[in-house]
Design a protein around this ligand. Structure first.
Ligand SMILES: [Zn+2]
Length: 377
């Protein structure tokens, strides 16, 4: 993956290239952004640029031996660390390198846009959460101590650094404090506030913007060869989250499952039926944390679309014909005054769930708050 393969993000690409040209490259950069943006793509393209033998016009050449290895994600000085779960592969001391094949496959299949939930699915983590463990930090110290003969930079990409296990933090801090020469750490995060201050203070933060709707739309057209009009609808609904847009194109049936669950939830809220809240929440809480977060984000989009439909009479999302009548009926309950309450309540719940809040408790509170908000219509 090279800069030319990444949609939009022109300012970030320029910024990265300028850092190298002006000799201002620090040894640790935090790429901070949100789900479905270009963080990981940019990190990989930057690693390729740094090690290219003939970079020109603000990008790697794509042809030299280094670029060829970078493209296959098999460059000997490109190192990846990412969250894993120990119980999946029967190793007493699992590390990212045990999953490197799955990881390369994951990046290739998702163009580097996959979500944490997609990653867990691809390595069979169904319950609990993955972590970046201490073994990885030990391994990287060892690996970086070998002299590099063939490349300009050793690049360590640490994906979802907020998943760093707390006991592993001192090891990472030690490397960031005394970095080996010609080594660049790119830490990638979707939740900067969950990163230890001591780590933040040793890195330079680069904010990665979400894709624009145009970027997502162009990407979908190129990847799936779908009509521009259809791509634009998915792009708008996904709100710059390319991963969500891709999932919508690939599995329309899972969207409609999501949709059914959303409508079921909204019915309970509208009826303020206390007897139904607990069974719904109980059942819903069996989903893993990432799925719950995805559901809540989709619900926010659907609520916004309901307001749009209610006020303009138009739809901008791809909802199957069979669900239109239900959605139209529901939309009349969403108004400019209650949408603000929905937004705040759902976003706060997302924030707390991301910080390991108890899902059943938070979902119960949220549902009760939404019941009240509907009454304020
Ligand atoms: Zn090259």
């Amino acid at each position: 993956m090279f800069f030319k393969d990444i949609y939009g993000n022109t300012a970030v690409k320029h910024h990265l290239v300028r850092m190298v040209e002006d000799n201002r490259l620090s040894h640790a950069i935090l790429f901070s952004g949100q789900e479905g943006d270009a963080k990981l793509q940019l990190a990989i393209a930057f690693a390729a640029y740094l090690n290219c033998e003939n970079p020109h016009d603000g990008d790697a050449c794509g042809k030299c031996p280094s670029c060829i290895q970078m493209e296959k994600l098999s460059h000997p000085e490109l190192h990846f660390i990412f969250p894993i779960a120990g119980s999946v592969k029967k190793s007493s001391e699992p590390s990212s390198s045990d999953y490197i094949e799955e990881w390369r496959d994951f990046i290739t299949k998702t163009d580097g846009l996959g979500t944490l939930s997609d990653w867990y699915d691809s390595i069979g983590v169904t319950t609990g959460q993955g972590i970046i463990n201490a073994n990885d930090c030990n391994n990287i110290i060892r690996t970086l101590s070998y002299t590099s003969y063939q490349s300009k930079y050793k690049v360590v990409i640490m994906w979802m650094i907020e998943r760093l296990f707390h006991a592993a933090a001192p090891k990472l801090l030690k490397i960031l404090e005394e970095p080996p020469e010609d080594t660049l750490f790119i830490l990638i995060s979707e939740d900067r506030s969950a990163i230890l201050d001591t780590i933040l203070s040793r890195t330079q933060t680069l904010s990665i913007p979400a894709f624009t709707a145009n970027d997502v739309s162009s990407y979908l057209q190129a990847r799936f060869n779908i009509p521009a009009e259809e791509a634009a609808k998915f792009a708008e609904f996904s709100d710059g989250n390319a991963a969500m847009a891709v999932n919508m194109v690939l599995s329309p049936e899972s969207n409609s499952n999501f949709f059914d669950e959303f409508i079921q939830w909204m019915r309970i809220c509208l009826q303020a039926d206390m007897l139904k809240i607990l069974p719904f929440v109980d059942d819903f809480s069996k989903n893993n944390r990432e799925k719950v977060l995805m559901f809540l984000r989709s619900s926010l989009s659907l609520l916004r679309q309901a307001l749009y439909l209610n006020t303009t009479g138009k739809m901008s999302i791809p909802i199957p014909e069979s669900q239109m009548a239900t959605f139209t009926k529901f939309a009349q309950f969403v108004s400019p005054s209650n949408i603000t309450i929905f937004n705040t309540a759902i976003n706060q719940t997302i924030y707390r769930i991301e910080r390991n809040g108890l899902i059943p408790l938070l979902m119960t509170n949220l549902t009760i708050n939404l019941c009240r908000a509907f009454k304020k219509k």
